[in-house]
Design a protein around this ligand. Structure first.
Ligand SMILES: Nc1ncnc2c1ncn2[C@@H]1O[C@H](COP(=O)(O)OP(=O)(O)O)[C@@H](O)[C@H]1O
Ligand SMILES: CCCC(=O)OP(=O)(O)O
Length: 355
């Protein structure tokens, strides 16, 4: 068995885990001060800050970087890829440094891992990055040839949870039809048809349901008016879509537990926004059920917001006629990353080469 460091950078946190030869994992979620994060002009400039926080933790628990057999990290926004494990290489790092395929905190993972590992000859991997692309040709059409739909979604957790749901249904993943909804800071709903995600909303480009901090799909003509109206700058408008949209724009908070507290105090607007999110997620589930076009074995709800039975009850009430609903709150991205690295180290899977 192997000793593996897992690095999973999110927009406001860095999740870390050490998997050591079958022992229970040692995990740590470092929540970054939001004001501190906002001081950085862009994601890539957070590199040194985030790396030092990781080194500090390893130092505190007395684990040297050299003791790891591999470092595995949540993949960044790179070119569209088939599902699997990838060796972190210079070509991948160059695309991430240039944010060639977009900016998201997950871009930092491979950059940090490589930086930590480079003096110790330790291999670094990513598994099922957010850009896993198994879309059918018909799903790529946007409605105008100037725009092509592309994938950015919770591929790692969606795939891991879909495999778990298949096991619980007594089937193999590639025998199942599942609609998986990851309900977190970003919300993505994927149509898993016999082991392939044939369609999914892009979680960072303004598609799908609104989320705690993202707008989801907006009325296109109104957005164009706003862009050319002269009142807002490009970064301000981008923040309306990512970071400051959705629940944040309506209520000024991004934690759904706070929204529930407001509801308990009788805040009717909070109740409407909470219901609106569930309503939009249910509509997405309906759309991706249609995308599968065959009998759906189960609808799967996962991610942090799936801890809220108020939210899952609201969604289930609208979608239960389509298929049975399974709820797996939270995520086990760390476990999925470690398993991916172990598959490579043990020779069960050959790491793909990015380029
Ligand atoms: N018990 C809970 N009830 C309601 N919402 C929750 C609960 N726990 C976490 N959340 C919400 O889950 C979201 C984060 O989900 P998570 O899956 O960890 O995020 P991400 O997809 O961004 O990694 C936050 O909006 C948080 O408010
Ligand atoms: C990066 C793609 C999926 C996504 O929206 O992730 P977060 O919810 O972690 O921002």
């Amino acid at each position: 068995m192997y000793k593996i460091l897992v690095i999973n950078p999110g927009s406001t946190s860095t999740k870390l885990a050490i998997y050591d030869k079958g022992k229970p994992p040692v995990e740590n979620t470092i929540r970054h001060d939001i004001e501190k994060i906002r001081q950085f002009p862009n994601i890539s400039s957070q590199l040194t800050f985030r790396k030092e926080v990781i080194l500090e933790w390893l130092n505190n628990i007395n684990v040297p970087v050299a003791s790891f057999d591999a470092i595995v990290t949540r993949g960044g926004l790179v070119k569209p890829l088939v599902s699997g494990a990838y060796l972190v290489n210079e070509a991948m790092l160059a695309d991430l440094r240039a944010a060639k395929y977009g900016e998201h905190a997950c871009n930092l993972g491979a950059l940090i891992a490589y930086d930590l590992a480079k003096n110790h000859s330790i291999p670094c991997y990513t598994v099922d990055p957010a850009v896993v692309d198994e879309l059918e040709p018909v799903a790529r059409l946007s409605g105008n040839p100037l725009f092509e739909r592309r994938t950015t979604f919770h591929a790692l957790n969606q795939k891991a949870v879909a495999r778990r749901a298949a096991r619980d249904l007594g089937k193999r993943y590639d025998e199942c039809n599942l609609v998986v909804a990851h309900l977190g800071g970003g919300i993505t709903v994927g149509a898993h048809h016999k082991g392939c995600v044939i369609d999914v909303n892009n979680g960072v480009e303004g598609e799908g349901a609104f989320t705690p901090e993202r707008s989801g799909g907006l009325p296109a003509a109104q957005l164009v008016e706003l862009c050319f109206g002269g009142k807002y700058t490009k970064p301000e408008i981008l923040r309306m879509i990512m970071g400051g949209g959705g629940v944040s724009a309506y209520l000024g908070v991004t934690d759904m537990r706070q929204v529930e507290e407001l509801m308990e105090q009788g805040d009717k607007r909070a109740a409407l926004i909470f219901e609106g999110m569930g309503y939009q997620v249910a509509k997405e589930i309906g759309a991706y059920t249609a995308a599968i076009g065959e009998k759906v074995d189960a609808i799967v709800l996962t991610g942090g917001i799936a801890y809220s039975s108020k939210m899952t009850d609201l969604i289930i009430a609208r979608v239960k006629l389509f298929a049975p609903v399974l709820v797996y709150p939270g995520e086990d991205e760390n476990g999925a990353l470690a398993e991916g690295a172990i598959r490579v180290l043990s020779g069960e899977e050959v790491a793909k080469v990015y380029g």
